[in-house]
Design a binder for this molecule. Structure first.
Ligand SMILES: C[S@@+](CC[C@H](N)C(=O)[O-])C[C@H]1O[C@@H](n2cnc3c(N)ncnc32)[C@H](O)[C@@H]1O
Ligand code: SF4
Ligand code: SF4
Length: 380
């Protein structure tokens, strides 16, 4: 990859120019669409899957996607359940791209094959989030590098930007550091984030020891400031630290306005935790704008994508400024890598020593830049 491309990708994660438009107008920036409720796994902390429901059909999904675009939405995140269990997932990605959406997909990666990744790339998918919680599976979560490490090789020459996200709870905490190192040491933007409660404020798993969690979040803040590819903003890391400390954070939730969710039944959801019975086909821009207000569920909210968008809308200069500075710190390493092979260590495997991932998986010298490289075909 050329040096300028690498630099471009390192600065493109926030999609600054395109997102900037949505900071100035009343249209939505992003929609998360549940392409199915069905899932091939059963993570103990998750409330977002339901295997009693059939997949929504392709025509309905396309109709909802058109409506989401007509509202002016720029980005679409295909989620679930597990999106890769939907039989038409490639066609759905292609359709989103044809309509001009910046398109991402979040997956547990279990059904990902080299062939499927190539098909998704051909359909125009730009970003894939693979969720990885541990180095090895446990009764709480099977999403581990044991399954995903051998698949990283598929991304060697792929245009799809990969990033990795893990959930931190008592079960995963002893391996969270190793998950982070394993992703970062391969040059993959990686994030691990605190488990959140369900809509009734119940945690389905033990959250872990507060001091240990705080130390870990602090270490991610440090690394983010040093320019490492922690795949979230410093604002969200600070927010998570405040959550742990029980500190109040001042913000106004933009969920239901700048970002919203559409269920696998086509219902308009304010966010993954707050649902409405209104159908997406009946939603207007005025309905969306009416959701621009502080919400009674804000205290302790763990819908980090919504908090992130809210902080961005509220304090764009502070949030984006810090992100730009953190990414600028990567430039010297991009420069030094540009003369060598762009493909470093994506494929080293070995998942036997979760407490010593650094040694186990090699040095921290970066691999290919994999930050979001999302561009829009045309403006909404
Ligand atoms: C609901 S899943 C759907 C996509 C896919 N099945 C997956 O696991 O990536 C989307 C993301 O939400 C995360 N998630 C689910 N329940 C969570 C919880 N209680 N706290 C934090 N993250 C959670 C998952 O780990 C995943 O990264
Ligand atoms: S794989 Fe994703 S949707 Fe399925 S249970 Fe786990 S977090 Fe939930
Ligand atoms: S505060 Fe959190 S839970 Fe409440 S609507 Fe906003 S994103 Fe959803």
């Amino acid at each position: 990859m050329k040096l300028l491309d690498k630099i471009g990708r390192d600065f493109s994660g926030y999609n600054i120019l395109e997102s900037g438009k949505r900071l100035l107008d009343r249209k939505p920036l992003q929609c998360s669409l549940y392409v199915t409720d069905r899932c091939n796994l059963d993570c103990a902390y998750c409330t977002e899957y339901d295997n009693s429901r059939p997949h929504p059909n392709l025509d309905d999904l396309k109709k909802w996607i058109r409506k989401i675009r007509e509202l002016g939405t720029m980005r679409i995140a295909l989620v679930g359940g597990e999106p890769l269990v939907h039989p038409n997932i490639v066609e759905l990605v292609r359709y989103c791209r044809e309509l001009g959406f910046a398109t991402s997909l979040t997956t547990n990666g279990f059904l990902l094959t080299r062939k499927l990744l190539a098909e998704l790339e051909d359909a125009g998918l730009q970003v894939m989030q693979i969720s990885v919680d541990r180095m090895t599976p446990s009764p709480i979560t099977k999403k581990s590098f044991k399954t995903i490490l051998p698949k990283l090789d598929y991304f060697r020459d792929s245009k799809i930007s990969l990033h990795i996200t893990g959930v931190i709870c008592a079960d995963t905490l002893p391996e969270s550091q190793a998950v982070l190192e394993t992703g970062l040491s391969r040059g993959i933007p990686t994030e691990v984030r605190l488990v959140h409660a369900d809509s009734l404020r119940r945690f389905r798993v033990d959250r872990g020891a507060r001091e240990e969690l705080e130390r870990f979040i602090d270490s991610m803040i440090e690394r983010k400031r040093r320019g490492e590819k922690i795949h979230t903003s410093e604002a969200i890391l600070n927010y998570q630290r405040s959550l742990l400390r029980g500190e109040h954070v001042e913000w106004s939730c933009v969920a239901g306005y700048k970002l919203f969710f559409v269920s696998a039944q086509g219902k308009f959801w304010i966010c993954s935790m707050v649902h409405t019975d209104k159908h997406i086909m009946d939603v207007t821009l005025d309905d969306l704008y009416a959701n621009y207000r502080k919400k009674s569920c804000q205290e302790g909210c763990g819908v980090y994508c919504a908090v992130n968008a809210s902080l961005l809308v509220e304090k764009p200069v502070a949030v984006l400024g810090k992100e730009i500075i953190a990414r600028a710190k990567r430039l010297p390493s991009i420069w030094s890598r540009s003369s060598g092979s762009q493909i470093s260590n994506l494929t080293r495997t070995g998942v036997t020593n979760p407490n010593d991932a650094q040694k186990m998986n090699g040095s921290t010298e970066g691999g290919p830049s994999a930050d979001e490289g999302v561009t829009l075909r045309e403006s909404a």
